[in-house]
Design a protein around this ligand. Structure first.
Ligand code: HEC
Length: 194
């Protein structure tokens, strides 16, 4: 006679020694330590600021105010022709270093040159050039143009008084009817005379 298998299994009892074995003290200690640590963690991490208030700062709060950097603008727009040291290339690109156009007491001529460009014979420091200087009136804001002007008037050995965006705006307005590059000395020389 055979009993069904599961009754045989159910009949099995644990080993007496096994049934009375305690949870080891080490495990209890670890559980207790974890519990204490968790409570401490919650306590240490508590912030009186309710989370829903959140961090309300937005991207603009971190934006660095955009200040036009004349040196950078010069490098990006003028270096190709007038070179990093402002010396130009003999016979091709006139120097900005020691140039009467750059160092003029009134920065207006320099602003005009950068705004509208030059095409035609132009004398710089006694040497004649006859190339094409591109215009930048649609490329630079008043602030950027002022930054470039200030940069070249105080670099390459030049030390002429600085200008500002308001003066650039004034010169821009006064020459707004100029649609072609200045014709070199012919147009610009008279502007050098105060
Ligand atoms: C594509 C080359 C080229 C670039 C780019 C250029 N220039 Fe010129 N620039 C010239 C040439 C060529 C002349 C002379 C024009 C002539 O002979 O009629 C000139 C003339 C000038 C003059 C008057 C002459 C002098 O040397 O003082 C100034 C000032 C000047 N450039 C400033 C600038 C500034 C500032 C920039 C950048 C914003 C610039 N140029 C970008 C080619 C360039």
């Amino acid at each position: 006679m055979t009993e069904p298998q599961f009754t045989q299994q159910q009949r099995e009892q644990p080993e007496p020694e096994e049934g009375s074995r305690q949870v080891p003290a080490l495990v209890l200690t670890i559980i207790a330590a974890l519990f204490i640590w968790a409570v401490y963690y919650l306590y240490a991490d508590y912030s009186p600021m309710p989370a829903f208030l959140g961090d309300k700062r937005v991207a603009e709060d971190f934006a660095v105010p955009a200040v036009a950097d004349g040196g950078q603008l010069y490098t990006a727009n003028c270096v190709a022709c007038h070179q990093a040291g402002g010396n130009g290339l003999p016979g091709v690109f006139p120097p900005l270093s020691g140039s009467e156009w750059v160092d003029a007491p009134d920065p207006g001529v320099l602003i005009q040159i950068i705004l509208h460009g030059v095409q035609g014979p132009l004398t710089v420091g006694g040497a004649e050039y006859n190339g094409l200087m591109p215009h930048f009136h649609d490329k630079f804001s008043d602030q950027e143009l002022a930054a470039i002007v200030n940069h070249i008037r105080t670099s390459f050995g030049n030390s002429a008084p600085k200008t500002d965006a308001a003066y650039v705006a004034q010169v821009r307005e006064a020459s707004k009817d100029q649609t072609t590059p200045w014709k070199g000395d012919e147009d610009l020389r008279p502007l050098l005379q105060p």
